[in-house]
Design a protein around this ligand. Structure first.
Ligand code: ATP
Ligand code: MG
Length: 370
Protein backbone atom coordinates (compact mmCIF):
# COMPACT_ATOMS: atom_id res chain seq x y z
CA UNK A 1 0.00 0.00 0.00
CA UNK A 2 1.39 3.39 -0.98
CA UNK A 3 1.99 6.00 1.70
CA UNK A 4 -0.34 9.00 1.62
CA UNK A 5 0.95 12.58 1.81
CA UNK A 6 -0.05 12.73 5.48
CA UNK A 7 1.89 9.52 6.17
CA UNK A 8 4.99 10.96 4.51
CA UNK A 9 4.65 14.26 6.38
CA UNK A 10 4.24 12.33 9.62
CA UNK A 11 7.42 10.34 8.99
CA UNK A 12 9.29 13.53 8.07
CA UNK A 13 8.11 15.25 11.26
CA UNK A 14 9.29 12.28 13.35
CA UNK A 15 12.64 12.26 11.56
CA UNK A 16 13.03 15.98 12.29
CA UNK A 17 11.87 15.60 15.90
CA UNK A 18 8.98 18.01 15.31
CA UNK A 19 6.32 16.89 17.80
CA UNK A 20 3.77 19.50 16.77
CA UNK A 21 3.78 18.53 13.08
CA UNK A 22 3.95 14.83 13.98
CA UNK A 23 0.72 15.15 15.98
CA UNK A 24 -0.98 17.15 13.26
CA UNK A 25 -0.14 14.63 10.53
CA UNK A 26 -0.89 11.65 12.75
CA UNK A 27 -4.35 13.11 13.24
CA UNK A 28 -4.76 13.65 9.49
CA UNK A 29 -3.56 10.10 8.72
CA UNK A 30 -6.10 8.68 11.16
CA UNK A 31 -8.92 10.76 9.70
CA UNK A 32 -8.05 9.54 6.21
CA UNK A 33 -8.36 5.87 7.19
CA UNK A 34 -11.97 4.90 6.49
CA UNK A 35 -11.49 1.11 6.65
CA UNK A 36 -13.91 -0.87 8.76
CA UNK A 37 -11.22 -2.98 10.43
CA UNK A 38 -9.48 0.11 11.89
CA UNK A 39 -12.66 1.92 12.87
CA UNK A 40 -12.34 1.32 16.60
CA UNK A 41 -8.62 2.08 16.79
CA UNK A 42 -8.82 5.27 14.72
CA UNK A 43 -11.74 6.60 16.73
CA UNK A 44 -9.87 6.08 19.98
CA UNK A 45 -6.60 7.48 18.75
CA UNK A 46 -8.28 10.57 17.28
CA UNK A 47 -9.88 11.16 20.66
CA UNK A 48 -6.57 10.68 22.48
CA UNK A 49 -4.62 12.95 20.15
CA UNK A 50 -7.30 15.64 20.28
CA UNK A 51 -7.44 15.51 24.08
CA UNK A 52 -3.69 15.59 24.51
CA UNK A 53 -4.12 18.99 22.89
CA UNK A 54 -1.98 20.44 20.17
CA UNK A 55 -1.95 23.52 22.41
CA UNK A 56 1.49 24.91 22.94
CA UNK A 57 1.13 26.30 26.43
CA UNK A 58 0.07 22.89 27.75
CA UNK A 59 3.05 21.28 26.08
CA UNK A 60 5.66 23.42 27.89
CA UNK A 61 7.30 21.28 30.59
CA UNK A 62 6.63 22.53 34.12
CA UNK A 63 10.27 23.23 34.99
CA UNK A 64 10.75 25.72 32.14
CA UNK A 65 7.33 27.37 32.37
CA UNK A 66 8.63 30.20 34.58
CA UNK A 67 10.98 31.54 31.92
CA UNK A 68 9.32 30.49 28.68
CA UNK A 69 6.06 32.11 27.69
CA UNK A 70 4.04 31.13 24.66
CA UNK A 71 2.41 34.35 23.47
CA UNK A 72 -0.91 33.59 21.90
CA UNK A 73 -1.10 36.68 19.73
CA UNK A 74 -4.30 37.78 21.47
CA UNK A 75 -2.46 40.64 23.13
CA UNK A 76 -1.29 41.99 19.76
CA UNK A 77 -3.71 44.24 17.87
CA UNK A 78 -2.43 44.54 14.29
CA UNK A 79 -4.51 47.65 13.53
CA UNK A 80 -2.65 49.49 16.29
CA UNK A 81 0.79 48.55 15.04
CA UNK A 82 2.42 51.14 12.84
CA UNK A 83 4.77 49.49 10.36
CA UNK A 84 7.61 51.73 9.24
CA UNK A 85 9.44 51.24 5.95
CA UNK A 86 12.55 50.07 7.82
CA UNK A 87 10.68 47.29 9.63
CA UNK A 88 8.70 46.40 6.51
CA UNK A 89 12.07 45.82 4.82
CA UNK A 90 13.23 43.79 7.84
CA UNK A 91 10.12 41.62 7.58
CA UNK A 92 10.94 40.88 3.93
CA UNK A 93 14.57 40.15 4.82
CA UNK A 94 13.55 37.72 7.55
CA UNK A 95 11.30 35.82 5.16
CA UNK A 96 14.15 35.62 2.64
CA UNK A 97 16.56 34.47 5.35
CA UNK A 98 14.05 31.86 6.44
CA UNK A 99 13.68 30.44 2.93
CA UNK A 100 17.44 30.51 2.46
CA UNK A 101 17.89 28.53 5.68
CA UNK A 102 15.30 25.97 4.57
CA UNK A 103 16.77 25.50 1.09
CA UNK A 104 20.35 25.30 2.34
CA UNK A 105 19.35 22.82 5.01
CA UNK A 106 18.02 20.50 2.30
CA UNK A 107 21.47 20.76 0.69
CA UNK A 108 23.04 19.79 4.02
CA UNK A 109 24.26 23.32 4.81
CA UNK A 110 23.57 24.90 8.18
CA UNK A 111 22.53 28.55 7.78
CA UNK A 112 21.59 30.45 10.86
CA UNK A 113 17.96 31.66 10.85
CA UNK A 114 18.66 34.41 13.35
CA UNK A 115 18.10 38.12 13.69
CA UNK A 116 19.30 40.57 16.32
CA UNK A 117 17.17 43.65 16.99
CA UNK A 118 18.97 46.45 18.78
CA UNK A 119 18.15 50.04 19.64
CA UNK A 120 16.93 52.31 22.44
CA UNK A 121 14.28 51.20 24.87
CA UNK A 122 10.69 51.71 23.72
CA UNK A 123 11.40 51.71 19.97
CA UNK A 124 9.31 48.60 19.35
CA UNK A 125 11.73 45.65 19.25
CA UNK A 126 9.51 43.27 21.21
CA UNK A 127 6.45 44.59 19.43
CA UNK A 128 8.04 43.77 16.06
CA UNK A 129 8.48 40.14 17.15
CA UNK A 130 4.76 40.00 17.92
CA UNK A 131 3.96 41.55 14.56
CA UNK A 132 6.16 39.02 12.76
CA UNK A 133 4.60 36.06 14.57
CA UNK A 134 1.12 37.30 13.81
CA UNK A 135 1.89 38.01 10.18
CA UNK A 136 3.46 34.65 9.39
CA UNK A 137 1.06 32.73 11.65
CA UNK A 138 3.64 30.96 13.81
CA UNK A 139 3.60 30.74 17.61
CA UNK A 140 5.88 33.10 19.50
CA UNK A 141 7.98 31.72 22.34
CA UNK A 142 9.29 34.42 24.61
CA UNK A 143 12.28 34.02 26.89
CA UNK A 144 13.25 36.87 29.16
CA UNK A 145 16.82 36.39 30.34
CA UNK A 146 16.69 38.67 33.33
CA UNK A 147 13.72 36.67 34.66
CA UNK A 148 15.33 33.34 33.76
CA UNK A 149 18.53 34.17 35.65
CA UNK A 150 16.53 35.22 38.70
CA UNK A 151 14.27 32.22 38.74
CA UNK A 152 16.82 29.49 37.97
CA UNK A 153 19.52 30.57 40.40
CA UNK A 154 22.54 28.56 39.37
CA UNK A 155 20.72 26.34 36.89
CA UNK A 156 20.20 28.88 34.12
CA UNK A 157 22.45 27.20 31.54
CA UNK A 158 20.74 23.83 31.94
CA UNK A 159 17.25 25.29 31.78
CA UNK A 160 17.98 27.62 28.88
CA UNK A 161 19.24 24.61 27.00
CA UNK A 162 16.00 22.80 27.80
CA UNK A 163 14.00 25.79 26.58
CA UNK A 164 15.86 25.96 23.30
CA UNK A 165 15.50 22.21 22.73
CA UNK A 166 11.79 22.46 23.45
CA UNK A 167 11.32 25.34 21.00
CA UNK A 168 13.27 23.40 18.36
CA UNK A 169 10.36 20.95 18.12
CA UNK A 170 7.97 23.54 16.74
CA UNK A 171 7.92 25.72 13.69
CA UNK A 172 8.00 28.95 15.70
CA UNK A 173 9.56 32.28 16.46
CA UNK A 174 11.84 32.10 19.47
CA UNK A 175 12.37 35.51 21.01
CA UNK A 176 15.34 35.90 23.34
CA UNK A 177 14.69 39.20 25.08
CA UNK A 178 17.31 41.21 26.98
CA UNK A 179 20.04 38.92 25.71
CA UNK A 180 22.65 41.34 27.14
CA UNK A 181 21.83 39.90 30.56
CA UNK A 182 23.93 36.86 29.70
CA UNK A 183 26.23 37.50 26.76
CA UNK A 184 28.43 40.42 27.72
CA UNK A 185 31.92 40.87 26.28
CA UNK A 186 34.49 39.49 28.64
CA UNK A 187 35.82 42.94 29.55
CA UNK A 188 32.29 44.23 30.25
CA UNK A 189 31.53 41.45 32.66
CA UNK A 190 34.78 42.17 34.51
CA UNK A 191 37.21 39.94 36.36
CA UNK A 192 34.46 38.21 38.25
CA UNK A 193 32.94 36.94 34.99
CA UNK A 194 30.21 34.73 36.31
CA UNK A 195 30.68 31.10 35.26
CA UNK A 196 26.94 30.57 35.19
CA UNK A 197 26.43 33.36 32.65
CA UNK A 198 29.30 32.11 30.52
CA UNK A 199 27.87 28.61 30.50
CA UNK A 200 24.46 30.03 29.57
CA UNK A 201 25.94 32.05 26.70
CA UNK A 202 27.73 28.96 25.38
CA UNK A 203 24.53 26.96 25.73
CA UNK A 204 22.62 29.58 23.72
CA UNK A 205 25.26 29.66 21.00
CA UNK A 206 25.33 25.88 20.69
CA UNK A 207 21.56 25.77 20.44
CA UNK A 208 21.64 28.54 17.81
CA UNK A 209 24.04 26.43 15.74
CA UNK A 210 21.74 23.43 15.81
CA UNK A 211 18.31 25.08 15.48
CA UNK A 212 16.19 23.64 12.66
CA UNK A 213 15.46 26.05 9.80
CA UNK A 214 11.76 26.31 10.65
CA UNK A 215 12.61 28.15 13.90
CA UNK A 216 13.22 31.87 13.46
CA UNK A 217 15.30 33.18 16.32
CA UNK A 218 15.04 36.83 17.27
CA UNK A 219 17.08 38.41 20.03
CA UNK A 220 16.66 41.90 21.45
CA UNK A 221 19.02 44.21 23.24
CA UNK A 222 19.52 47.87 23.96
CA UNK A 223 23.19 47.29 24.82
CA UNK A 224 24.46 46.07 21.46
CA UNK A 225 27.96 47.50 21.93
CA UNK A 226 28.46 45.39 25.05
CA UNK A 227 27.58 42.03 23.49
CA UNK A 228 30.08 39.22 23.13
CA UNK A 229 31.56 39.02 19.60
CA UNK A 230 31.14 35.26 19.32
CA UNK A 231 27.41 35.67 19.90
CA UNK A 232 27.13 38.65 17.53
CA UNK A 233 28.75 36.66 14.73
CA UNK A 234 25.93 34.12 14.90
CA UNK A 235 23.21 36.53 13.77
CA UNK A 236 22.54 36.54 10.02
CA UNK A 237 20.70 39.87 10.33
CA UNK A 238 21.47 42.71 12.73
CA UNK A 239 18.83 45.39 12.57
CA UNK A 240 18.79 48.68 14.43
CA UNK A 241 15.30 49.76 15.52
CA UNK A 242 15.70 53.52 15.66
CA UNK A 243 13.72 56.23 17.35
CA UNK A 244 10.94 57.52 15.09
CA UNK A 245 11.07 60.74 13.06
CA UNK A 246 8.37 63.37 13.73
CA UNK A 247 6.30 62.41 10.64
CA UNK A 248 6.50 58.73 11.66
CA UNK A 249 5.38 59.53 15.21
CA UNK A 250 2.53 61.59 13.79
CA UNK A 251 1.45 58.77 11.45
CA UNK A 252 1.66 56.23 14.31
CA UNK A 253 -0.57 58.34 16.55
CA UNK A 254 -3.09 58.91 13.77
CA UNK A 255 -3.25 55.17 13.11
CA UNK A 256 -3.60 54.39 16.81
CA UNK A 257 -6.48 56.79 17.49
CA UNK A 258 -8.26 55.59 14.39
CA UNK A 259 -7.83 51.94 15.39
CA UNK A 260 -9.07 52.62 18.92
CA UNK A 261 -11.85 54.89 17.73
CA UNK A 262 -10.68 57.71 20.01
CA UNK A 263 -10.13 60.48 17.47
CA UNK A 264 -12.62 62.75 19.27
CA UNK A 265 -10.44 62.76 22.40
CA UNK A 266 -7.17 63.78 20.77
CA UNK A 267 -6.57 67.25 19.33
CA UNK A 268 -3.97 68.45 16.83
CA UNK A 269 -2.26 70.26 19.72
CA UNK A 270 -2.06 67.03 21.73
CA UNK A 271 -0.39 65.31 18.80
CA UNK A 272 2.04 68.20 18.25
CA UNK A 273 2.94 68.17 21.95
CA UNK A 274 3.58 64.41 21.96
CA UNK A 275 5.63 64.36 18.77
CA UNK A 276 7.87 67.20 19.95
CA UNK A 277 8.36 65.87 23.49
CA UNK A 278 8.99 62.18 22.74
CA UNK A 279 10.87 60.00 20.29
CA UNK A 280 9.38 56.54 20.27
CA UNK A 281 6.15 54.55 20.75
CA UNK A 282 7.18 53.22 24.17
CA UNK A 283 7.16 56.81 25.46
CA UNK A 284 4.18 58.04 23.46
CA UNK A 285 1.54 55.31 23.72
CA UNK A 286 1.23 55.39 27.55
CA UNK A 287 1.13 59.20 27.50
CA UNK A 288 -1.46 59.17 24.72
CA UNK A 289 -3.56 56.66 26.68
CA UNK A 290 -3.46 58.97 29.71
CA UNK A 291 -4.66 61.89 27.58
CA UNK A 292 -7.46 59.80 26.08
CA UNK A 293 -8.46 58.54 29.52
CA UNK A 294 -8.68 62.05 30.96
CA UNK A 295 -10.78 63.39 28.08
CA UNK A 296 -12.98 60.30 28.00
CA UNK A 297 -13.67 60.70 31.69
CA UNK A 298 -14.45 64.40 31.29
CA UNK A 299 -16.75 63.83 28.31
CA UNK A 300 -18.60 60.97 29.94
CA UNK A 301 -18.46 61.92 33.62
CA UNK A 302 -22.23 62.13 34.08
CA UNK A 303 -22.90 58.81 32.42
CA UNK A 304 -20.03 57.12 34.30
CA UNK A 305 -21.22 58.47 37.66
CA UNK A 306 -24.76 57.27 36.99
CA UNK A 307 -23.46 53.81 36.05
CA UNK A 308 -21.30 53.63 39.15
CA UNK A 309 -24.29 54.61 41.29
CA UNK A 310 -26.41 51.92 39.67
CA UNK A 311 -23.72 49.28 40.20
CA UNK A 312 -23.35 50.24 43.88
CA UNK A 313 -27.05 49.86 44.62
CA UNK A 314 -27.84 47.02 42.24
CA UNK A 315 -29.59 44.05 43.71
CA UNK A 316 -27.78 40.97 42.45
CA UNK A 317 -30.22 38.24 41.79
CA UNK A 318 -28.14 35.50 40.33
CA UNK A 319 -25.48 34.54 42.80
CA UNK A 320 -24.32 31.73 40.58
CA UNK A 321 -23.10 34.33 38.10
CA UNK A 322 -20.31 35.39 40.37
CA UNK A 323 -19.47 32.25 42.25
CA UNK A 324 -16.93 31.01 39.79
CA UNK A 325 -14.13 31.00 42.35
CA UNK A 326 -16.39 29.17 44.65
CA UNK A 327 -17.40 26.63 42.01
CA UNK A 328 -13.80 25.80 41.31
CA UNK A 329 -13.06 25.63 45.00
CA UNK A 330 -15.85 23.26 45.91
CA UNK A 331 -16.23 21.63 42.51
CA UNK A 332 -19.96 22.23 42.60
CA UNK A 333 -22.05 22.09 39.49
CA UNK A 334 -24.97 24.19 40.63
CA UNK A 335 -25.74 26.94 43.07
CA UNK A 336 -27.52 24.51 45.37
CA UNK A 337 -24.60 22.15 45.34
CA UNK A 338 -22.31 25.06 46.24
CA UNK A 339 -24.49 26.00 49.17
CA UNK A 340 -24.65 22.41 50.39
CA UNK A 341 -20.89 22.18 50.12
CA UNK A 342 -20.60 25.46 52.00
CA UNK A 343 -22.67 24.04 54.81
CA UNK A 344 -20.22 21.17 55.04
CA UNK A 345 -17.16 23.36 54.97
CA UNK A 346 -18.11 26.64 56.49
CA UNK A 347 -14.57 27.95 56.32
CA UNK A 348 -14.84 28.10 52.54
CA UNK A 349 -17.33 30.89 52.95
CA UNK A 350 -14.57 33.01 54.40
CA UNK A 351 -12.31 32.04 51.56
CA UNK A 352 -14.93 33.35 49.17
CA UNK A 353 -15.34 36.48 51.26
CA UNK A 354 -11.71 37.39 50.67
CA UNK A 355 -12.24 37.67 46.96
CA UNK A 356 -13.51 41.23 46.33
CA UNK A 357 -16.90 40.96 44.73
CA UNK A 358 -17.29 37.58 46.42
CA UNK A 359 -17.90 39.33 49.72
CA UNK A 360 -21.45 39.71 48.63
CA UNK A 361 -21.70 36.06 47.57
CA UNK A 362 -20.28 34.96 50.88
CA UNK A 363 -22.98 36.92 52.66
CA UNK A 364 -25.67 35.30 50.55
CA UNK A 365 -24.24 31.84 51.09
CA UNK A 366 -23.89 32.50 54.80
CA UNK A 367 -27.54 33.52 54.95
CA UNK A 368 -28.52 30.26 53.29
CA UNK A 369 -26.20 28.29 55.54
CA UNK A 370 -27.57 29.79 58.77
N1 ATP B 1 5.34 50.22 15.66
C1 ATP B 1 4.55 50.43 16.70
N2 ATP B 1 3.29 50.90 16.51
C2 ATP B 1 2.49 51.16 17.58
N3 ATP B 1 2.86 50.97 18.86
C3 ATP B 1 4.10 50.51 19.09
C4 ATP B 1 5.00 50.21 18.04
N4 ATP B 1 6.14 49.77 18.57
C5 ATP B 1 5.98 49.78 19.90
N5 ATP B 1 4.75 50.22 20.22
C6 ATP B 1 4.24 50.45 21.59
O1 ATP B 1 5.34 50.77 22.42
C7 ATP B 1 5.43 49.86 23.52
C8 ATP B 1 6.89 49.54 23.76
O2 ATP B 1 7.40 48.79 22.68
P1 ATP B 1 8.40 47.58 22.93
O3 ATP B 1 8.15 46.94 24.23
O4 ATP B 1 8.36 46.72 21.72
O5 ATP B 1 9.79 48.34 23.01
P2 ATP B 1 11.25 47.71 23.09
O6 ATP B 1 12.05 48.30 21.99
O7 ATP B 1 11.15 46.24 23.13
O8 ATP B 1 11.76 48.29 24.48
P3 ATP B 1 12.81 47.63 25.52
O9 ATP B 1 14.18 47.77 24.91
O10 ATP B 1 12.67 48.47 26.75
O11 ATP B 1 12.42 46.21 25.74
C9 ATP B 1 4.60 48.67 23.12
O12 ATP B 1 4.01 48.07 24.24
C10 ATP B 1 3.53 49.27 22.21
O13 ATP B 1 2.47 49.78 22.99
MG1 MG C 1 11.50 44.79 24.60
Amino acid sequence: MALTNSNINLIRAIAEGNVHDAKTFALLSLKEDKTKKNEWATKNLIKKLSCSGLGITEAIPADIKTALIALSGKEFVPEQYYLRDAEKQLYDDILTMSLTAKNLSEMGINYSNTCLLYGPTGTGKTEFAKYLAQKIGKPLFYVNFSQAIDSYLGNTAKNINKIMMFAAQWPCILLLDEIDCIALKRKESGESANGELMRTTISVMQAMDSMPPNVIMLACTNKMEMLDDALLRRFSIKHEVKNMSTPELDAMIQQYIKATNTEQYVTEEDIAELTTSYHNPGQIIPELNRKIGKKYYKANADMLKADAQKAATAEFTDIWDVTETYTIRVQAESENEAITAAKKAKSDVYYASNRGKSEWIAKRIEESVN
